[in-house]
Design a protein around this ligand. Structure first.
Ligand SMILES: [Zn+2]
Length: 386
């Protein structure tokens, strides 16, 4: 969507001086993006034609997206139907379950409907970016769950995302860590496209604005770490994150800096965008998503056995206290969390000594997961508290 004047937008240049640090594992995953996949997907998207709600072109696109997830091996691919004056359409919702916080979600979304033209930039770019991200993250473990959502009806007034918030987020009281919206990130052919806009919430309600601002500053830093792009911070408007924002969720988004003069027209095609710029946006967005979802490296069997050998947790079952003991001195601090069945933290501690003990008599009798975070690795052990 996005028909708006730049005037009055808050434009801030962000310095690359804050919290997020470069993660070599994330960079390895980012390095695996396939430019030929991206180009071929954009071409396919373009060839479907004008994807207005009610058109066969949109249905073909929907089928293509769903099949792509299924062929990647995703099993939780859900179509959410809705109907309005234009006709019926579906949001496509794909869930990847997190290992530590399965009931807390990073939502990464892009609309796949278009208006007046093939919409290769608006929003073939967001659509294809999600597909490539999902491909690369398929077998990467993340602490938080991710929902990849392809909304429809965006061009008619955010119909699909409003429907999702009203009929899923609100009734299910979904715990959303962050909404990360991608809409029109293809740049403009013939111009120098070296900057991506990271969008923060400046609107009402305002209680969630500081968190959006922090997430957006992180996003800008992460885009800088994993792509060659410069970043600029501006405000959120006119896309699928807005219904989430109205519900009080924390939102952020990516948008092109040079704004396409041909969006919402028959000329919104590959020829009029800058594919090299788009590849960089994909790189940055994947690095950012890994940070937001807290991706980590799966331990090898040898590493698992090593942790099992050096790490003792006793007594099991625990009655009034738990001892945690490492057989070897720690090289680095270990982050420890005791998680309940609902993915809620019961106890957390940064461990720097080889032995420590904590009282468990304040904890309800149940089965818990003891999670140890060591750099990019995790070790998880089930413990019973009586
Ligand atoms: Zn759009």
């Amino acid at each position: 969507m996005k028909n708006l004047l730049i005037t009055g937008l808050l434009l801030l240049f962000v310095s690359l001086s804050k919290a997020q640090t470069f993660n070599t594992f994330y960079a390895e995953v980012v390095a695996n993006i396939s430019e030929s996949n991206l180009l071929s997907d954009l071409t396919t998207f373009e060839k479907f034609g004008v994807k207005t709600v009610g058109s066969p072109a949109l249905t073909h696109t929907e089928n293509w997206i769903s099949h792509r997830y299924e062929s990647m091996g995703y099993t939780d691919v859900v179509l959410q139907p809705f109907t309005y004056r234009k006709g019926s359409s579906n949001n496509i919702i794909v869930t990847k379950t997190g290992t530590i916080y399965p009931y807390t979600f990073l939502i990464i979304d892009a609309h796949y409907d278009t208006i007046n033209g093939p919409g290769t930039n608006d929003n073939g770019t967001g659509t294809v970016l999600l597909l490539e991200m999902a491909r690369l993250l398929k077998d990467v473990e993340t602490e938080y769950s991710i929902k990849f959502i392809h909304f429809s009806g965006e061009e008619d007034g955010l119909i699909g995302s409003k429907f999702y918030v009203k009929n899923t987020v609100v009734p299910e009281n979904m715990d959303i860590k962050l909404v990360f919206n991608i809409d029109e990130v293809g740049g403009v052919s013939g111009l120098t496209n070296d900057t991506v806009v990271c969008e923060q919430d400046l609107g009402a309600p305002t209680f969630n604005n500081a968190a959006s601002s922090a997430a957006t500053e992180s996003l800008a830093i992460l885009m800088g770490l994993y792509s060659t792009l410069n970043t600029q911070i501006s405000k959120t408007y006119g896309s699928d994150y807005m219904p989430f924002e109205n519900n009080g969720e924390i939102i952020t988004g990516l948008y092109e800096k040079n704004i396409s003069p041909v969006n919402h027209s028959a000329n919104d095609n590959l020829e009029n965008m800058d594919v090299g710029y788009f590849y960089e946006v994909v790189r940055g967005a994947i690095g950012a998503a890994m940070e937001f979802a807290v991706a980590y490296e799966t331990s090898s069997l040898v590493e698992q056995k090593y942790y099992e050998r050096i790490l003792k947790i006793y007594p099991d079952p625990s009655n009034s206290y738990l001892n945690i003991e490492f057989d070897e001195p720690l090289e680095d601090e270990v982050e420890f969390k005791l998680m309940d069945r609902l993915g809620k933290e019961i106890y957390t501690k940064t461990i720097s000594e080889q032995n420590f003990r904590f009282a468990t008599d304040f904890i309800a009798s149940d089965t818990y997961e003891a999670v140890f975070k060591m750099g990019n690795k995790r070790f998880v052990k089930t413990v019973v508290v009586e």
